[in-house]
Design a protein around this ligand. Structure first.
Ligand code: E4P
Length: 216
């Protein structure tokens, strides 16, 4: 399973990259606004931190403008993946950019039918938003399960990029279902290493080791 970092926080991405936990990065207009930085500058800097795909989202709503923006974003670095909204215009732009060999990530997916359309448009990734479905009382993980089944039924190669991940349980469940990629905030990825029994066990080992008076 690939781990993408859902953030434009350079230090947080670097810290996880040092542990070998960054297979790519995703951003969206809200994440860029939060960074307070110039969009193209921050994307360019993130692209130097990973060889994996770095998603940068278009903001146009009509396909020709989306394609123009997508080409501009992809020109920043080879590993920029153009993120497009799941609208008919976004799908049209996805087909054009994908045919040019540009990696694409179709975002804001909330149904298996939408995911089917993205696969038919040649998307590299489909981004179903788990947390936002859970927020309104629906089941985000069920959507991941449905898309997995649909894609496997027809052998679509579009990768399922589970997004809007809010907890370590989301990550575990996505792994159990077979999502290809998860994108999560740095804090969620870091929390995956935590367990109270690990802390307790390590404390006891250190205490007993001290008693031996030895060093390695
Ligand atoms: C990633 O591609 C999405 O933009 C992101 O995961 C959305 O997460 P949120 O619902 O927590 O804003």
């Amino acid at each position: 399973m690939k781990f993408f970092i859902d953030s434009a926080d350079i230090e947080a991405i670097k810290a996880l990259s040092d542990i070998g936990l960054v297979d790519g990065v995703t951003t969206n207009p809200s994440i860029i606004a939060k960074s307070g930085r110039d969009f193209k500058d921050v994307v360019a800097e993130i692209c130097t931190l990973t060889d994996g795909h770095v998603s940068a989202e278009v903001v146009a709503t009509e396909a020709p403008d989306m394609v123009r923006e997508g080409r501009t974003l992809h020109a920043i670095a080879d590993n920029v993946c153009v993120k497009l909204p799941l609208t008919l215009e976004g799908l049209k732009a996805c087909r054009i950019l994908s045919a040019e060999g540009t990696p694409t990530n179709v975002t804001l997916c909330f149904s298996a039918n939408q995911a089917l359309l993205a696969a038919k448009a040649g998307a590299t990734y489909i981004s179903p938003f788990i947390g936002r479905l859970d927020d309104i009382g629906l089941n985000g993980l069920e959507l991941i399960r449905d898309i997995r089944l649909v894609y496997d039924n027809y052998g679509y190669e579009t990768e399922i990029l589970a997004a809007s991940i809010r907890s370590v349980n989301h990550v575990r469940d996505c792994a159990l279902i077979g999502a290809d990629v998860i994108t999560a905030p740095p804090a969620v990825i870091r929390s995956m290493a935590e367990h109270p029994l690990t802390d307790k066990g390590l404390k006891a080992f250190m205490k007993d080791w001290e008693k031996t008076g030895q060093s390695i």
